[in-house]
Design a protein around this ligand. Structure first.
Ligand code: GAP
Length: 526
């Protein structure tokens, strides 16, 4: 959603980010030589590294460091039945309008409104209009004007225009699987990574020997045929999602069990779990080095919640084009397991033997205890697009400052610097032999570089151009430390480590490498 006023101020930064990404091979449009398809992006050598570092941080935080979450890597295509059960085939629709003059196509909430609330109201108005089966272009737009007090503008031209009435557009990518013709089956590219988690719920629970509460996490591609992919990586047609589905006891059982000092977690109410996961997610963004002021939480008002949900919120980030959804935290009730149970005919009921024992010890009759202790777990979901975090991390890290230069006629020059958290930087340290005479495969500088690589550090060796130019190349991709091997290094067996942010230069013995870099990395994690 775009609000009038925010668009211009952020455009410059967005432009700088896309230019930097393309120039340094972080991200570029897919199949560009054939003019490509909108909404598909390729991550180049440095982009892959940054993306993997963000992904690894998520996996560490959500899976590896916990003993109550198991991982999954499921297939990207699933049978139609899965997506019918989830409701995507019938309801994963957007309201789409065409600008009659420019022939552009927009989602109704992507037009230019005076506030985010107006955009949301317009979307609800359109969905209700379509659901009611109404027709009439003039009637629809006059109705919207009655609601908002004005007509939304075309976001590209920023002018009033004539739009068609809204139409439903299903965002799923449909795929014939197997020999085409009568024998082919219908499959769908997954629109979200969580559905395979629900479908595999029982297999994973048994294989991982988990008891409720526990979670299943997945990182993988999701596909949505977005009407108007835009804002660079923010709205793509193919993107990577990172989702956790965390299964907890239903409130009816928790209420009967009451608080248990021996297992306080197991007895938390579902809303307490929802708040717990929201806090965990905010902690993750803190770990990534995203400033607090660039994030905000927007709770969904009760009237906008799905009928099965008790709560939902968006964690929003202040993107260059304005505030936008970065992540969703959702209380999904038992809706998904119930749907798949109904459609597949397989029971997803969970028998909670510990809860049954507790209920019996509280004096409940055996039948009643068994019934309460056999349930469909309630699901708390955290769902985020890796590509959106990538964009947020870049936007938060991008900086320019003035530095001394040797350029003729200039004393200072603008330096582009990505102030990335060192653990996220695509290159952790770069090694510069000062002169070609100090370089080559048998040189001490190259040997030090190899040792750093062998110690598991992502390191680059660069012996081309002036030291100043080499610093600039590393600064603009966020390399935190540059190590220069100079003529003195031959005798004092030390190199100069230059820090990207403070620009401090320390002389450090080569024998302390790679421990020195590991120590700096550890210190930067806090
Ligand atoms: N399972 C719940 C779910 O998929 P969603 O709000 O549709 O919820 C969750 O999507 C997250 O996925 C969003 O907060 C966003 O980070 C990311 N996402 C959704 N659509 C996207 C798109 N077209 N391009 C990039 N990321 C997207």
């Amino acid at each position: 959603m775009t609000t009038i006023g925010e668009q211009v101020s952020g455009l410059e930064l967005m432009d700088k980010l896309t230019t930097l990404c393309k120039r340094r091979g972080l991200v570029f449009p897919n199949s560009e030589v054939y003019s490509g398809l909108a909404g598909f992006w390729d991550y180049g050598p440095l982009g892959v590294e940054l993306k993997r570092n963000i992904e690894r941080a998520w996996w560490d935080c959500m899976v590896r460091r916990r003993d109550d979450v198991a991982g999954l890597d499921s297939a990207c295509i699933g049978p139609e039945a899965v997506w019918q059960a989830s409701g995507h085939v019938s309801t994963f629709n957007d309201a789409l309008v065409d600008d009659k003059h420019t022939k552009e196509r927009f989602r109704i909430d992507q037009l230019l409104y005076r506030s985010e609330e107006d955009a949301e109201n317009a979307e609800v108005h359109a969905l209700e209009w379509m659901r009611a089966g109404l027709t009439g272009e003039v009637e629809f737009w006059d109705g919207l004007k009655d609601l908002l007090g004005y007509f939304p503008l075309n976001p590209t031209t920023q002018k009033e225009s004539r739009f068609t009435e809204p139409r439903q557009f299903n965002l799923m990518f449909k795929q014939a699987v197997g020999a085409t013709g009568e024998g082919a089956q219908v499959g769908y590219l997954r629109a979200e990574t969580c559905q395979p988690i629900f479908v595999d719920f029982d297999s994973i629970r048994v294989a991982a020997r988990r008891k409720v509460p526990f979670g299943i996490a997945q990182i993988g591609k999701a596909f949505r045929n977005e009407i108007n992919p835009r804002n660079f990586l923010f709205r793509a047609r193919e993107f990577t999602q990172m989702e956790l589905e965390y299964f907890v006891r239903p409130d009816a059982l928790v209420d009967r069990l009451g608080a248990s000092p021996a297992a306080p977690h197991a007895c938390a109410a579902t809303l307490a779990w929802y708040r717990y996961w929201l806090d965990e997610r905010l902690r993750y963004y803190d770990e990534l080095g995203i400033p607090n002021g660039m994030l905000r939480v927007r709770e969904h008002p009760p009237e906008k919640l799905a009928h099965y949900a008790k709560a939902a919120c968006d964690i929003e980030f202040h993107f260059p084009f304005g505030w936008g959804e970065l992540e969703g935290v959702h209380h999904r009730g038992d809706f998904d397991l119930r749907q798949h149970q109904q459609h597949s005919g397989k029971s997803f009921a969970y028998y909670d033997d510990e809860a049954e024992q507790d209920l019996l010890s509280k004096g409940l009759a055996k039948d009643e205890a068994r019934a309460l202790a056999t349930y469909l777990p309630v699901c708390i979901e955290t769902s985020v697009g890796l590509d959106r975090i990538f964009l947020a991390v870049l936007a938060a890290a991008y900086d320019e400052d003035l530095q001394d230069t040797k350029h003729e006629g200039k004393e200072e020059d603008i330096r582009i610097v990505l102030r990335l958290k060192p653990s996220l930087a695509p290159i952790t340290c770069a090694v510069f032999p000062l002169s070609k005479k100090l370089s080559g495969p048998d040189s001490a500088a190259y040997r030090m570089y190899r040792e750093l690589v062998d110690a598991g550090l992502n390191c680059e060796y660069d012996d081309a151009g002036s030291i100043g130019k080499r610093y600039r190349r590393q600064d603009e991709v966020g390399t935190p430390w540059c190590l220069t091997y100079d003529f003195e290094s031959v005798t004092d067996m030390a190199v100069t480590i230059r820090d990207r942010d403070s620009l401090a230069q320390d002389r450090v013995p080569i024998t302390r490498m790679p421990d020195e870099i590991h120590a700096r990395l550890k210190a930067s994690r806090g």
